[in-house]
Design a binder for this molecule. Sequence first.
Ligand SMILES: Cc1cc2nc3c(=O)[nH]c(=O)nc-3n(C[C@H](O)[C@H](O)[C@H](O)COP(=O)(O)OP(=O)(O)OC[C@H]3O[C@@H](n4cnc5c(N)ncnc54)[C@H](O)[C@@H]3O)c2cc1C
Length: 402
Amino acid sequence: MNYDVIVAGGGPVGCAVARDIAAAGYRVLVLEEHLEIGAPVQCAGLISNRALEISRVPSTVVLNQLKGAVVYAPGKSILELEGKKVYALAVDRLAFDRSLAEQARAAGAEIRCDMRAVKFAYVPEGILVEAKNRAGESGFFSGRLLIGADGHNSVVARWLGIPRPLEKISLYAAEVWWPEQNSRMAHIFLDRDLAPGWFGWIFPAGHNRARVGIGYSPLVAEGRSASPRLLFNQLKDKYPLLFREMKVLQNTGGTIPIGFLRQTYAAHVMLVGDAAAHLKPVSGGGLFFGLKAGEHCADTAIKALQAQNFTPKFLSTYQKKWEAAIGQEVSCGLKLRELFLKMKNEDIEFLLGFFNKSLWRKLILKYGDLDYHSRLAARLATALPWFGRFLTDGLRSLTQEK
Ligand SMILES: Cc1cc2nc3c(=O)[nH]c(=O)nc-3n(C[C@H](O)[C@H](O)[C@H](O)COP(=O)(O)OP(=O)(O)OC[C@H]3O[C@@H](n4cnc5c(N)ncnc54)[C@H](O)[C@@H]3O)c2cc1C
């Protein structure tokens, strides 16, 4: 075997896992299809302080600190939530990814860019990976373990025939010039027609810049062939004052996989990060959950290498560990999402109007957490019995309350 571990995908999660396994003294190779790590950026770069901490990326990547959000209902209701603490950090995602790659290299991992993993085969004692560069030249690498950190369209998962998440959100996103308004507040736009099954956003990134975007779920777009770009133009038209002076500097798109994968391992293989749908179903944030699951992936890999045991049974401890760490949160997020998908515009209008009272705003600001959405949901369910029923029975109780 050339390597102990081959990581397909040099995104933030793949590099973090590679770093931890290499630091334990094993030979690790990361294969990344792009010419350089981190580019092109396909992320709004909003993370919590705890996500930054577990990434071990220095705080120099932080561009802005957000202290709240303005949430726009489809009609007139607006819920303004401005707190004193920092709820989210806008980071330089390119620098974030590069730092993780540097950490992996410093720990001894080898990173090869312009190497797309294309074929896999079981060989005695491990896996053989064929990777191709842009010139069409192949390289062959063998490892005892293969880690699929190759994003939402994971070729590793497809090779194994592991069922993929049922829902994939299509996004338009851009980095824009946005002359300073209140740079501490995010803006979230909810509207079933404008962003079917998702939302629009403006996240100020400081220095007169912002990240903007919108998404939709093909599952609820009801046959309409929505183009996220078109939806973004409609969003701009709807809020001319907010978008008036905005100029797009760089645009991108992307996909967010939503679901709960019940099997993220096979003989000699583990999946992690977006490849394993380790994202928050409500917001699509994937860095915290991916890095959190990545810690367990690296830990299981090290134990498997020590025991020289790469059987599905041995590697299933990885599934148990990541489920114990974030599984409950993913399940709660899926439940909240199921409700969100059932809501009509009038339901969104009602909820935002209802919570726009000092008491509720304070409670939301106290328990709102970028990573653990269940904490606020649980508090609201305790404080408001009808909201608790709303979470358990769906929209029936909301209709009764109205
Ligand atoms: C528009 C947008 C906005 C987002 N905003 C946020 C946000 O604000 N906060 C947040 O936490 N999350 C956000 N996310 C999600 C976040 O970007 C991902 O969850 C995160 O990047 C997951 O990291 P990863 O390493 O698992 O996967 P990725 O970042 O997707 O990395 C996978 C890597 O694998 C490489 N690769 C793929 N296939 C192969 C192959 N066959 N061979 C070799 N290399 C391969 C890719 O080039 C890529 O570099 C956003 C996503 C999108 C699309």
